[in-house]
Design a protein around this ligand. Structure first.
Ligand SMILES: [Zn+2]
Length: 120
C-alpha cells in the first residue's frame, strides 16, 4: 500500500520533528498512535504487536489502513451466521440434529455429540 520511499520520508519527518521540536510531545503523540493502532488491531483480531510498530511508523496513516483492512474476527462471525442460515459456509456447517454451527471438518457435533457425515 505504501512504497518504501513514502515510508522512509515519513520516518524522516518523524525523526526530524523529534530532533527539532519539543521532543516529549512528539514522543507522546508517537506512542499514542502506536497504542491506538495496537488497540484497534486487537479489536479486529489482528496482530497488535505488528500494528504497534506500523502505528509508530505511520502514525495516523496506520489508523486509516487499519480502518480499511477487513476485520478477521468480523469475517469469522459473519461466516458462522451465513452457515447457520444456509447450511454450509466457508469452514462452518450447521449440525442437522441440533442446528448449531460446527466446523466443516467435524465428524462429531460438539453441541449434541451426534455423528456427522464427513464433509465432501
Ligand atoms: Zn449437533
Amino acid at each position: 500500500m505504501y512504497s518504501g520511499g513514502q515510508v522512509s520520508v515519513l520516518a524522516f519527518c518523524y525523526s526530524r520533528a523529534f530532533l527539532n521540536g519539543g521532543g516529549m510531545e512528539y514522543l507522546i503523540i508517537w506512542l499514542l498512535f502506536a497504542g491506538l493502532a495496537a488497540y484497534f488491531s486487537s479489536v479486529k483480531g489482528r496482530s497488535s504487536v505488528g500494528w504497534f510498530f506500523i502505528g509508530a511508523l505511520l502514525g495516523p496513516l496506520a489508523l486509516v489502513a487499519l480502518w480499511i483492512v477487513p476485520s478477521l474476527r468480523f469475517d469469522d462471525t459473519q461466516s458462522r451466521n451465513i452457515a447457520s442460515r444456509f447450511g454450509v459456509y466457508a469452514k462452518y456447517r450447521k449440525c442437522p440434529y441440533c442446528a448449531e454451527v460446527v466446523l466443516k471438518e467435524a465428524v462429531k457435533c460438539k453441541h449434541c455429540q451426534s455423528e456427522l457425515e464427513p464433509a465432501e
